[in-house]
Write a protein that binds this ligand. Structure first.
Ligand code: HEC
Length: 220
């Protein structure tokens, strides 16, 4: 299986007639409210050169629902957009609808030893696949099978039977078909979910209810 997880295409905010007024307004807000932390050498806050690599929608999410909601308190919606446009140099992107390509059936979830059903692969956290089904020499021949527009940074995907489970820092969790990339389901959490998904089948749960499977993810 070859899979690729891509970001949606976005247009740039720079118009042919010169700098975008939103970007200028965002520059002033960033200088007043943000750069005291973000442009300090050696500080913990990522520099604006890194923030420029994020999606505008991801920055907006961080400022309204994510880690920076306190620092951005009091800014209007228009000001938040200006900051996102200034930082990224792009118009605010619209996330594609995850329900646009729903799977025709529910697929099968498996948790046997052949699956990558937790981020460390197994209970010993080996992060190693003994029987990948192809050799290192065959790697250059892998081809893209499908692509899926994920919102923002993501956790490590886990694979269990037909399902690829993946979480995003913009509060979304997806179950995607490993075979075709269609969406089995998606979930929007109240806050960001930038940890990895892990599919668990804990022993005490399996003794009480052998057929029950749980998908765990972090949210903060
Ligand atoms: C008091 C210091 C401080 C201020 C003020 C501040 N930030 Fe931050 N910001 C941080 C730190 C520290 C992090 C890293 C947070 C983490 O890793 O949990 C961060 C993270 C971020 C991120 C997420 C970066 C990523 O990982 O992708 C964005 C976006 C961001 N800040 C934007 C802003 C904007 C815009 C403002 C102004 C409205 C702002 N910040 C004001 C300290 C600050």
């Amino acid at each position: 299986m070859a899979l690729a997880l891509t970001m949606p295409m976005i247009a740039t905010a720079q118009s042919a007639n010169g700098p975008n007024p939103s970007a200028s307004a965002g520059n002033a807000i960033f200088a007043e409210r943000c750069s005291g932390c973000h442009d300090q050498a050696g500080g913990r806050a990522p520099p604006s050169s890194y923030l420029a690599t994020r999606m505008p929608s991801e920055i907006l999410y961080t400022l309204t629902n994510g880690e920076m909601r306190k620092q951005a308190a009091g800014l209007t919606e228009a000001q938040l957009r200006d900051v996102a446009i200034f930082l990224t140099g792009r118009d605010v992107d619209v996330q594609p609808d995850p329900a646009a390509n729903m799977c025709p059936d529910a697929g099968t979830v498996k948790i046997d030893g052949k699956q990558w059903a937790s981020w460390g692969h197994d209970i010993h956290n080996t992060r190693f696949e003994n029987e990948p089904g192809f050799t290192a020499a065959q790697l250059p021949r892998l081809k893209v099978k499908w692509s899926f527009a994920l919102p923002g940074l993501t956790g490590v995907p886990v694979v269990a039977g037909d399902h690829v489970f993946i979480s995003s820092r913009m509060g979304k969790v997806f179950s995607i078909s490993a075979e075709t990339g269609c969406t089995f389901w998606s979930y929007a959490a109240a806050s960001c979910t930038n940890g990895s998904c892990g599919l668990w089948h804990a022993m005490h749960v399996s003794l009480a209810s052998p057929r029950r499977q749980h998908l765990l993810f972090s949210s903060r």
